[in-house]
Design a protein around this ligand. Structure first.
Ligand SMILES: [Zn+2]
Length: 414
């Protein structure tokens, strides 16, 4: 019999159209520990044409999808069909199609001739090489195991749920492969950083990551760049549900996919919020620098906030040093918690009147960028600005003229 085969999946390489049983894919068993992939360094031409690789590919992708479900659920997941082993036929028939059949306990993957290119050449397109198609069909078999009656004829929404979930799994399962995601975005693999521009909403939505079965779609339609499905591009609307065009289960399933992917995009905003929280935490790891130059003390607290300060101010020796500050670079752009009142009260050189010894303060900030006046979190905090202005020789970058890039300040260190 053909292979590879394991307890859950068996590749049976039988071709109905050609009425041929392909030779066994004689691959290493991996039972002796590590699996040595015989195709690790094989050129693309070999991967595309060698039926043994096709067999390995369907086996690996199907098992990976099954493993993800089992990992998420924390238990074994049974197939919808009887028995513990699902058959996979990577070269089942000469048709641009693939499907799951409960009665046959099998996934069938077809192959077909591509549209002729400019030189009138065609090539064979194998659906068993498409990660998206394999993941999609495997999900049908798994969902059938979880909810067996979902395959019974009912409303179009039921079939659409099968198709939509299968598409969602196919699309999202790619994100667990960082190398593939990197290659799909900018053609590089490995640990290289991705250009932020490529992660903009529209660019991302148009990327191959959100298109399903790119090659299949292209070769079936003869239109370059046309994926089988590109659900994320569907404009939101309420008319789909009753539109006869959207009763067909694959099309209707796209509505679920679009809704899912859009909600994932919402999650990107949540991710950003998390980053901001992290950023706040990082502010509290800021170094507070106090320089002593000649007779003067210069305080540069960076982005230190209240938690930083409460530790520093709890120490009498530190408090003593802070009393003598001559120049204060206002912390964290003048934000609420960066200059605690207990710190401000310590500065002995504060004065309402100008004198050579008067406290100097410098603030780099930009108003109306952060925080909220009503909630008294605006940056810079107005009460702080007023105190600085009244009791120190105060300079803020807000008073820089349009062409000025910096402000010079001098301090007599004698
Ligand atoms: Zn399907």
């Amino acid at each position: 019999m053909s292979g590879p085969r394991g307890y859950r999946v068996a590749v049976v390489d039988y071709d109905v159209t050609a009425n041929a049983l392909y030779q066994t894919a004689d691959l290493p068993s991996g039972l002796d520990g590590e699996y040595h992939d015989p195709f690790l360094d094989a050129p693309d031409g070999t991967l595309l044409s060698d039926p043994r690789f096709h067999a390995q590919n369907v086996y690996a992708v199907a098992m990976r999808i099954l493993a993800r479900f089992e990992f998420a659920l924390g238990r074994r997941v049974q197939w919808g069909c009887e028995g513990h082993q699902l058959n996979i036929l990577p070269h089942a028939f000469a048709e641009p199609n693939a499907f799951y059949s409960r009665d046959d306990r099998s996934l069938f993957f077809g192959y077909f001739e591509s549209f002729p290119d400019k030189q009138d050449n065609t090539h064979t397109v194998f659906s068993c090489l498409s990660h998206d198609v394999i993941a999609h069909e495997t999900t049908h078999a798994i969902l059938d195991g979880l909810r067996s009656r979902y395959l019974e004829p009912s409303s179009p929404d039921q079939g659409a749920f099968h198709e939509g979930l299968a598409d969602v799994v196919a699309l999202l399962s790619v994100f667990a492969l960082p190398d593939v995601v990197g290659a799909a975005l900018d053609g590089t693999t490995g640990t290289a950083l991705i250009d932020q521009e490529l992660l903009e909403k529209d660019k991302l939505a148009n990327s191959v990551l959100f298109r399903l079965a790119d090659e299949m779609g292209q070769e079936m339609s003869g239109v370059r760049g046309r994926a089988l499905r590109h659900s994320i591009m569907l404009p939101p609307g309420k008319d789909y549900m009753n539109d006869p065009d959207w009763q067909e289960v694959h099309k209707r399933g796209e509505l679920l996919v679009a809704a899912m992917l859009r909600s994932r995009r919402l999650r990107a905003d949540e991710m950003l919020r998390l980053v901001r929280i992290l950023d706040n935490v990082l502010n509290n790891t800021s170094l507070i620098l106090l320089f002593r130059c000649g007779s003067k003390s210069l305080l540069f607290p960076g982005d230190a906030q209240i938690e930083n300060w409460s530790y520093a101010l709890s120490q009498a020796a530190v408090r003593e040093k802070l009393k003598k500050v001559d120049l204060y670079k206002v912390g964290h752009h003048g934000s609420l918690n960066a200059t605690p009142k207990s710190l401000w009260d310590l500065f002995d050189q504060k004065s309402d009147v100008d004198s050579p010894d008067r406290l100097q303060s410098l603030m780099s900030t930009m108003a109306h960028k952060h925080g909220d006046e009503e909630r008294r979190t605006e940056v810079p905090r107005q009460t702080l600005v007023q105190a600085l202005d009244r009791q120190s020789a105060f300079f803020t970058t807000q008073s820089l003229k349009e062409n000025e890039l910096f402000h010079e300040t001098s301090l007599d260190l004698s």
